[in-house]
Design a protein around this ligand. Structure first.
Ligand SMILES: *[C@@H]1O[C@H](CO)[C@@H](O)[C@H](O)[C@H]1NC(C)=O
Length: 265
């Protein structure tokens, strides 16, 4: 009986540590994680979306992350989750050629910055992109990003099969084909109450080679909640034929060769 109580206490304490505000990360987990911001009239910057640094001066984010109240995003902040934020200026943006504001599909955009973050500080490292078709070997992925209170969280999610996910998302006006395989990935963790809520928050896995650990982006948040409910959240699937070639073209970088990308670390 005593053993049982102690193991319960232990589980409870580890849960508290995991769920507490003070989640800490390894640098490779968050050195690419970006916030997309709008400079207000007062001069303050409002951050309301997430993105990922892909190297050079390139940021991947959602097409729904470019405009707020008629103003275009003008600042990208890196390093917040590492406790050392730095701002970069938007040079220009390219929206996925098939994105239409009426739908949630192809919700992707690439921001080109005026500065090259890696040249400014070696603490900013790009993410690679997981270019292979599903399944993801581990079956579980991490969602990185800020919750509604602005704390960074890493949340382990289970991927949900497209057929299963489709049952939760009967076609609607904005999702006329539901959650079909090619566009999207679905994931959830019903046991955890809080996780990244911002659009564009990266879903990733960590691949390891020769002792190097490198984040590989699998998707980015498009709609729905990813935690606290059985209804899976929907993510833009980065490896899909309609998405990765576009990223490669606009970013002018090769994401198909995983080993070459890991070499950059
Ligand atoms: C963005 O800027 C880059 C570098 O100056 C340029 O090559 C590219 O064509 C521009 N893209 C758009 C959409 O203006």
């Amino acid at each position: 009986m005593a053993v049982c109580i102690w193991s319960f206490v232990f589980v409870w304490i580890s849960l508290m540590i995991r769920l507490g505000k003070g989640q800490s990360f390894e640098p490779y987990e968050t050195s690419h994680v970006a916030l997309i911001g709008w400079t207000q009239r007062s001069g303050a910057i409002k951050f309301d979306c997430a993105g990922s640094y892909l190297g050079k001066n390139i940021i991947l984010t959602g097409a729904r992350c470019l405009e707020r109240d008629g103003a275009l995003a003008d600042v990208v902040r890196l390093g917040t989750a590492m406790g050392s934020p730095m701002d970069f200026h938007v040079h220009n943006v390219t929206v996925h050629y098939r994105y239409q504001a009426e739908y949630y599909y192809h919700n992707m955009a690439i921001i080109i910055l005026k500065e090259d973050p890696q040249a400014v500080s070696s603490r900013f490292k790009p993410a690679c992109i997981y270019s292979h078709a599903p399944p993801i070997p581990e079956g579980r992925v991490h969602l990185m990003g800020r919750d509604a209170e602005g704390s960074y969280l890493k949340t382990e999610l289970d991927l949900v099969d497209s057929d299963k996910c489709h049952e939760y998302y009967s076609p609607t006006k904005k999702l006329k084909y539901g959650a079909l395989l090619v566009c999207c990935m679905c994931a959830r963790n019903a046991e955890i109450a809080k996780c990244a809520s911002e659009l564009g928050s990266p879903m990733q896995i960590i691949l390891e080679k020769n002792g190097k650990r490198v984040p590989f982006l699998v998707g980015q948040k498009t709609i729905g909640r990813s935690c606290g409910t059985k209804v899976p959240g929907i993510y833009t699937r980065l490896s899909s034929d309609g998405h990765l070639p576009w990223i490669v073209t606009i970013a002018r970088m090769d994401f198909y060769n995983h080993d070459a990308c890991m070499e950059k670390y």
